[in-house]
Write a protein that binds this ligand. Structure first.
Ligand code: GRG
Length: 649
């Protein structure tokens, strides 16, 4: 025999602790709110019902199986009203964790946008789809994220009515002219339906949705609780009256509200369609183009992710725009002009320009794809509220450095070597004039501009989204960081800062150091790949001779048959010292991650750890890399990230 408390201690609390540990690094305030909300609802809704069922001896507790009661309901049952929603909320949060947008919206390919004040239309024709311009319109449609439903609530009200019929029969009433011949056996099922279906009706009316994550988590959670119920029944922790059931075992009801409520709201706002579809596009772009985002997406708390997508997607598309633009072109803008447009767009977005004005600036770049326009749109809509503009201007400074290299678009890397060889054959051409990274200071400045800046932005994002110091305007949380712009401009006077602000300033400085370290790893990995497009980020001063530099820029053609991978080249004298520097920076800065808000720490640790896996792989190869860098298995990266996230490294 088991007592009710033992059932909790053996089968309910351990899985909660296990799941809680698993989810702990990303457990955010919203999750806690969901749990409190679901516990309160389950308690309020179920207590009177449970008292009534127990008063009717629907089920009972053998002598000695419980410690005490409030009216008819055992204390352990009250505990269950709390434990069960926590358990199911955790299951749901974990299952739904990888979803960027927590509600169902049609995929971009299923919708188009009308000209003018746009509206989302489902199932557009192919020709319309190809013309779909989700974010270039001056006004976007609004989507109701949780549209009020009629069909599902009506269905659930029907189920409630069925419950009513069963209850009517089980109590032997003669008000309705319906008799199913079940008698008292209809009691249990009838009361369960009356208990659960109005909740489902109400929630589906509010727009609650049953997506994949809900179905999976409900199935997994229910299966587990069924098992627990079976064990408890077999061990006589409680018994269910045979007279009041249909004769086959049905678990004692699962408060579906714990799964559905988090997805609903009383007054869900209309959301800019361009923003939602832009986020979908950005997620797809990043899936293709950034391994570090894959890690970031899973390791940062849900609250921060949309801001991260906005920043990452903008970095990705601006980098690609500049890398792949022609130097001097008849059809497009030259690289420098594109950078000017990016800067103007940035400045305008951060000074609050309207979407129309922003679009006008952007449309001076011809041939932009929906991915690019939407990345600019989500960035301009979200990021100016969360971070100052300075980190992004610094990134532009990094792009400017990139523009000083000879221009060979990545897409022409294969022929780039021939172009370079031909130019270097000309005595009047000095390739060193096209290598802007001359000293280690130049390298660190560049790394700071391109990655230190983003690390700082991640800190601002974390504070803006995850902590609201008193006195700030939550609509523009960046106003809570008035010192940030001065920090970037080097005009910060420490005496004007509070103690807490001083800690944050130091955290930003450490984050920048970490960002620089990651960039050095990136450069160490990409030595061969970058050389293919005439970029050498290894400082000029690290090369013992001009010949040594030239051998990196133009490696002698390896003797390999066509189709076979080229042998790796030994770059150890260039990339291993970079890794040494990166390690020092990592160890001097990693401690500051503890000063970030809790749900941002796991993400920052995981990103750093997964990136340093690349460093370890380069070392394992003794500094030998090819144009693809080094291979780090996804599993290995994720394992390193996971270990860092849960504090095991
Ligand atoms: C130390 C403290 C307080 C915080 C750390 C804060 C963090 C996470 C800093 C990292 C900042 C960052 C994003 C740096 C950029 C690293 C880098 C070189 C990324 C390259 O990424 P992708 O271009 O997407 O390429 P991959 O596909 O190789 O990931």
């Amino acid at each position: 025999m088991l007592t009710y408390l033992q059932v909790h201690l053996l089968f309910v609390i351990p899985p909660i602790l296990g799941l809680g540990f698993l989810y702990w690094p990303v457990l955010g305030r919203r999750d806690v709110f969901k749990m409190i909300w679901a516990c309160a609802l389950a308690t309020i809704w179920t207590t009177p019902w449970d008292n009534f069922i127990l008063s009717q001896a629907g089920w009972s507790y053998p002598e000695g199986s419980i410690v005490g009661k409030i009216y008819y309901v055992p204390l352990e049952e009250h505990l269950f009203f709390i434990l069960q929603p926590i358990f199911l909320t955790l299951v749901h949060s974990i299952v739904a964790h990888s979803q960027l947008i927590p509600f169902r919206i049609p995929r971009l390919s299923d919708v188009s946008f009308r000209q003018g004040p746009a509206q989302v239309q489902a199932g557009s024709s192919t020709s319309e789809k190809s013309k779909a311009v989700p974010v270039s319109e001056h006004e976007h449609g609004k989507v109701q994220t949780l549209p009020r439903g009629v069909g599902m609530p009506a269905f659930w009200m029907g189920v409630t009515a069925l419950g009513g019929v069963l209850v009517h029969e089980s109590h032997g009433l003669e008000v309705l002219p319906i008799h199913l011949g079940l008698g008292k056996h209809a009691f249990y099922l009838g009361w369960i339906l009356i208990w659960i279906s109005p909740v489902c009706a109400f929630l589906t009316y509010l727009g609650a949705q049953f997506g994949r994550a809900e179905v999976i988590s409900l199935a997994a959670g229910t299966a587990w609780l069924w098992l627990v119920d079976t064990i408890a029944l077999r061990n006589e922790a409680w018994t269910i009256s045979k007279e009041t059931t249909l004769g086959f075992d049905v678990w004692r009801g699962l408060p579906i509200e714990s799964n559905l409520l988090p997805a609903s709201g009383f007054n869900p706002p209309l959301i800019d369609a361009g923003l939602l579809y832009g986020l979908q596009l950005a997620e797809d772009t990043l899936k293709k183009g950034s391994k570090s985002f894959e890690v970031a997406k899973l390791a940062f708390g849900r609250e921060m992710r949309i801001g991260l997508v906005a920043v990452y997607a903008w970095c990705r598309v601006t980098d690609d725009l500049i890398d792949n633009a022609p130097t001097i072109s008849d059809e497009g803008l030259e690289k420098g002009a594109i950078l000017d447009v990016i800067r103007s767009h940035l400045t305008a977005a951060f000074s609050g320009a309207e979407p129309v004005a922003l679009h006008r600036i952007l449309s001076t770049i011809p041939g932009l794809t929906p991915e690019v326009t939407s990345a600019f749109h989500i960035f301009a809509t979200l990021v100016p509220r969360l971070s100052p503009v300075e980190p992004f201007l610094e990134l532009c400074k990094g792009y400017e450095t990139d523009l000083k290299f000879l221009s060979i678009p990545e897409t022409e890397a294969a022929t780039g070597q021939e172009t370079l060889r031909a130019r270097m054959a000309d005595k009047a051409f000095n390739v060193e004039e096209h290598l802007p990274i001359r000293t280690n200071e130049d390298l660190l400045q560049y790394a700071d501009d391109v990655a230190g800046s983003i690390a700082a932005a991640i800190c601002y994002l974390a504070w803006s989204v995850l902590s609201y110091p008193s006195g700030g305007d939550a609509r523009r949380p960046v106003e809570n960081l008035p010192w940030a712009a001065d920090l970037h401009r080097n005009t910060l006077s420490p005496s004007s800062l509070s103690q807490a602000e001083k800690v944050r300033v130091e955290t930003v400085r450490s984050a920048r150091t970490m960002g620089r370290a990651l960039q050095l790893v990136n450069i160490a990995r990409d030595v061969a790949k970058d050389a293919m497009i005439a970029r050498v980020y290894v400082p000029r001063s690290s090369f013992a001779s001009t010949a040594a530099l030239h051998s990196v820029l133009l490696p002698s053609s390896p003797a390999s048959s066509p189709g076979e991978p080229k042998p790796k080249t030994d770059y150890s004298s260039y990339n291993l010292p970079l890794l040494e520097q990166a390690d020092e920076m990592r160890y001097s800065s990693a401690g500051a991650i503890a000063d970030l808000p809790p749900t941002a720490r796991g993400g920052a640790r995981a990103m750093a750890a997964s990136y340093f896996e690349i460093g370890s792989a380069i070392r394992r190869e003794g500094g030998k890399v090819d144009e693809r860098g080094v291979k780090v298995e996804k599993k290995k990266r994720l394992k390193a990230a996971a270990k860092a996230m849960w504090g095991f490294s």
